[in-house]
Design a protein around this ligand. Structure first.
Ligand code: NAD
Ligand code: UDP
Ligand code: UDP
Length: 325
């Protein structure tokens, strides 16, 4: 690449939680970043501090429509990720995953650009194998409330691999497990943001079911590092590769840790478990460890403390409406 040349990188969903962190990281790595987002769940506040940077550009666009731009690399993150958001308009969720993938793959094909897909642990559904290796095909209900997301993401993976085989595209598929950190949406219903917001306000902590279901939570900085390393792998490595923190906690344990770290007076209450809620989830990250020389370095308590700081700041009356951090 010519001296002084800045790589032009497209991040779809760049105004969302993960996308905004990725844009920031790419800018600090010396890239020109084009953030494409329709602001369905993302916000301008998430990227407000990047706007003055001359190497950062934002385009309001829905990836279900074709996109003609000139870039060297594509990170495809556009898609609502929290269950209440993706179930709000399930048809649009599937369109975003499937039509969005086709358009971004078509763009990558025309440009001969490398392309990353933000896939998910949800491709494993309610897993019957534990922990989940990449070789596991999953246990997904095709017609349940989570299907628009799970099957949309599975189809997107299929498209990525068909473009790879049929057109020789350079693809990187990362299966992201539950990730948390600053700039999560305070009202998106995800467990970490719900519990922290409830604890900070001394409101009851809402455990769905008996709270014995488990998840493995990855701090956002660790996840972004993994995505960057995945994109830098040789062309013959396509994934899919699990990206997540293998430390597994029950939802009840998470609630107790959040109460302890916030010093909250909240009590636990038990509400019905949503249907098809996966019982257990833990990534087998052997492959990521071998190929990316990566494993998470932020433990749950350290990551939660940083996230609690963010939500404490966000919930101050003078911060309301301004989520730029
Ligand atoms: P998010 O909702 O904060 O971000 C998604 C972004 O995509 C938002 O900015 C939204 O406005 C944008 N978007 C949605 N539909 C779009 C469309 N049709 N056109 C253009 N932009 C659109 O969610 P997130 O947690 O940052 O997730 C980012 C990606 O990572 C998603 O693809 C998600 O499926 C994947 N992922 C996230 C997690 C996690 O734990 N956060 C886990 C697995 C996979
Ligand atoms: N596409 C796009 N930008 C481009 C090239 C293609 O958005 O720069 C979209 C276009 O909508 C097309 C889709 O990507 O339908 C798939 O492109 P591909 O070349 O694979 O197939 P086509 O449908 O053009 O035969
Ligand atoms: N959950 C909960 N209380 C909440 C929000 C979520 O007990 O207020 C549970 C939810 O039922 C699930 C787990 O926490 O078992 C993780 O939920 P989240 O929506 O964060 O992610 P996902 O289910 O997609 O992994």
């Amino acid at each position: 690449m010519a001296r002084g040349y800045r790589k032009r990188v497209l991040v779809t969903g760049g105004a969302g939680f993960l996308g905004s962190h990725l844009c920031e990281r790419l800018l600090s790595d010396g890239c020109d970043v084009l953030c494409v987002d329709n602001f369905y769940t993302g916000t301008k506040d998430n990227i407000a501090r990047l706007l003055p940077n001359p190497h950062f550009e934002v385009m309001r666009h829905d990836v279900t429509f074709p996109l003609y731009v000139e870039v060297d690399e594509i990170y495809n993150l556009a898609c609502p990720a929290s269950p209440i958001h993706y179930q709000h308009d399930p048809v649009q969720t599937t369109k975003t995953s499937v039509h969005g993938a086709i358009n971004m793959l078509g763009l990558a094909k025309r440009l001969k650009a490398k392309i990353f897909q933000a896939s998910t642990s949800e491709v494993y559904g309610d897993p019957t194998v534990h922990p989940q290796p990449e070789s596991y095909w999953g246990n997904v209900n095709p017609i349940g409330p989570r299907s628009c997301y799970d099957e949309g993401k599975r189809c997107a993976e299929t498209l990525f691999f068909d473009y790879y085989h049929q057109h020789g595209l350079r693809i990187k598929v990362g299966r992201i497990f539950n990730t948390y950190g600053p700039r999560m949406h305070p009202n998106d219903g995800r467990v970490v943001s719900n519990f922290i917001v409830q604890a900070l306000q001394n409101q009851p902590i809402t455990l769905y079911g008996d709270g014995n279901q488990s998840r493995s939570f990855c701090y956002v900085d660790d996840l972004i590092e993994a995505i960057i390393r995945l994109m830098a792998t040789p062309d013959d490595f396509t994934g899919p590769v699990n990206l997540g923190n293998p430390d597994e906690f029950t939802i009840r344990e998470l609630a107790e840790i959040v109460i302890e770290l916030t010093g909250s007076r909240s009590e636990l209450i038990f509400l019905p478990l949503p249907s098809d809620d996966p019982r257990q989830r833990q990534p087998d990250i052997t492959l990521a460890n071998e190929i990316l020389d990566w494993r998470p370095t932020t433990n749950l308590r350290a990551g939660l403390l940083r996230t609690i700081d963010y939500f404490s700041w966000l919930l101050q009356p003078e911060t309301a409406g301004n989520t730029s951090i």
